[in-house]
Design a protein around this ligand. Sequence first.
Ligand code: ATP
Length: 195
Amino acid sequence: MEIGIYGGTFNPVHLGHIHLLRAVMETGWLDELLVMPDRTPPHKEAPGLIDGEKRAEMLSLALEGMKGVRLSRLELESEGKSYTYLTLRRMKELFPNDRFSLIMGADMLLSFDKWRRWEEILENASLIAAARDEGEYERLLEKAAQLGKTRVLKIEPLPISSTDVRLAVKQGRSLSGLVPEAVEAYIRQNHLYQE
Ligand code: ATP
């Protein structure tokens, strides 16, 4: 089996994330895709980063009904900082017969060789990346050729970030077109991102 791993903070999940997920599933390259929110270290809460459980609940809402896509709590439930090389070591122990692909947006691929133990990561997984903004595709192809083991998806970019969503909440704007409706309802009900 080929298992995709889509990691991130998802603070909160937005339509740009979902757009990438759908595009990846449409390729047929993956048998299963795990969406893996990272952990919030209790002593190191970044400003505006909400509790992992709430981020996971919003992901569950957003992923409902997507075939082959599941939420994974592996990083949420592990100790310490969520380093991808450690996550991959753990995944290999759990699923010794499977292959892994990491899914990421352009910002992540372009800085991939700054990640801790990135060479080890590339020994244990391949990468699948896509543009977040117009004009990134060519740069991604170049980077992919440099790194090897990297596939670049040609998608129409949907330039949304979690930062945009948090800002929209603070400014009292509608979140339609930014997050799925169920996620907007959850954010309102739980009074998230108001400060
Ligand atoms: P923030 O604005 O808080 O920095 P973010 O929108 O970048 O958050 P993350 O949860 O950090 O979201 O991203 C998780 C993964 O999803 C990363 O690989 C990132 O590149 C990718 N990603 C985020 N937004 C998009 C988008 N609009 N299109 C494609 N990929 C995206």
